[in-house]
Design a protein around this ligand. Structure first.
Ligand SMILES: C[S@@+](CC[C@H](N)C(=O)[O-])C[C@H]1O[C@@H](n2cnc3c(N)ncnc32)[C@H](O)[C@@H]1O
Length: 338
């Protein structure tokens, strides 16, 4: 990689003006759908468009062919403007880099988890709070897996409608599914019946499964988040189960008490207490959560991960240590007893 290419990778692509894809710029139907999202959806649902905007604007590292259309113009513009200001100010971290690293971390761990099932052609991947995730269209490692996307019904309907516009458009009509199958499951995972709904849609608890909880668990109240984690952990007794999730520590969740609820400062203690046998925790900037985007030793992620995790405030300025943990955890029949 040349120096110039590397600098672009580290910074994100915001030197140019934001150019909206044709569908967002010229399709009245797509514009109307995003108008509904912007004006009628609550912040919980809209967060799905924010993360899609991150994938769209870090497209030089994240290959997601539909992220722009799923994100919509207003989220693209707002993140693009933040990234532009970060460039002008020579910021050590450019906005959205955390989403790029998180996406790449989940991509790589999903692939590794499916690989760990040893060529099983019947495995399942469940995305809880799937939002505008397009992995079923972009990850070739899903070719033998049944993918289940769980989210609120109105979000899933809107996503399907946007994707159908994409598929009908000249530029994107080569878009195909890379997963073996995709089933969208309308469910509120705060309710007790979400697993039952998933099963009614074809999920089989006895099949090897990767659970993807990306950008979701901290939105749930404490009791409901624990119920979700316990339900997944209980499946370790039936089959090989891999949980991939990001957790906020308490200081991160306290950044917005009206939005975030569940946190865990020590997921590697919490998850085994529920029935998982292996847990590996990474922080943004660690060797497996780096992806060539974290070279500056003085950026906040690198400074943070060098401090012991028990340290609650930055020694330099007394601000809270806000951490995002990337956690892979697994279990299979018999392992919980050891
Ligand atoms: C920040 S977005 C993350 C979306 C996606 N996983 C990603 O990383 O791009 C959070 C998603 O969780 C969904 N969500 C939040 N609470 C939920 C609940 N109780 N039941 C189902 N989905 C929920 C929202 O609708 C939204 O799509």
């Amino acid at each position: 990689m040349s120096n110039n290419e590397e600098t672009t990778n580290l910074k994100g692509s915001t030197d140019e003006e934001l150019e909206l894809p044709e569908l967002l710029a010229s399709s009245e139907t797509v514009r109307a759908m995003h108008e509904t999202i912007d004006t009628e959806w609550d912040s919980l649902r809209r967060s799905a468009c924010q993360t899609a905007a991150g994938r769209a604007l870090w497209k030089h590292v994240v290959k997601d062919p539909v992220a722009e259309v799923l994100a919509g113009a207003s989220y693209l513009r707002s993140l693009h403007e933040k990234m532009r200001r970060d460039h002008i100010n020579n910021a050590r971290e450019v906005s959205g880099v955390i989403l790029a690293v998180r996406t790449l971390w989940f991509d790589s761990k999903i692939e590794a988890a499916i690989g760990s099932f040893g060529g099983d052609k019947g495995s399942q991947v469940v995305l809880l709070g799937a939002g505008m995730d397009a992995r079923a269209y972009r990850l070739s490692c899903l070719k033998d897996s049944s993918v289940f996307e769980v989210d609120f019904p109105d979000l899933l309907q809107m996503k399907a409608a946007l994707l159908s516009e994409v598929m009908g458009s000249a530029k994107h009509n080569g878009l195909t599914m890379t997963a073996k199958s995709l089933i969208r499951v309308a469910a509120d995972i705060r309710e007790k019946d979400w697993l039952e709904k998933l099963q009614r849609c074809g999920f089989v608890p006895e099949k090897n499964t990767v659970w993807v909880l990306e950008g979701i668990i901290y939105y749930l109240p404490q009791a409901e988040a624990m119920q979700v984690l316990q339900s997944i952990a209980s499946l370790c007794d039936l089959t090989q189960t891999v949980l991939l999730a990001d957790f906020m520590n308490q200081s991160s969740a306290e950044l917005s008490l009206s939005t975030f609820h569940f946190y865990s400062d020590w997921p590697e203690q919490l998850l085994p207490s529920l029935g998982f046998s292996h847990v590996k925790l990474s922080q943004i900037g660690d060797p497996d959560a780096h992806f060539g985007l974290m070279h500056d030793p003085l950026n906040m992620f690198n400074k943070l991960r060098k401090l012991p995790r028990s340290v609650q405030t930055h020694p330099e300025d007394g601000t809270p240590c806000r951490r995002l943990y990337l956690v892979e955890s697994s279990g299979s029949p018999g392992q919980g007893d050891s």
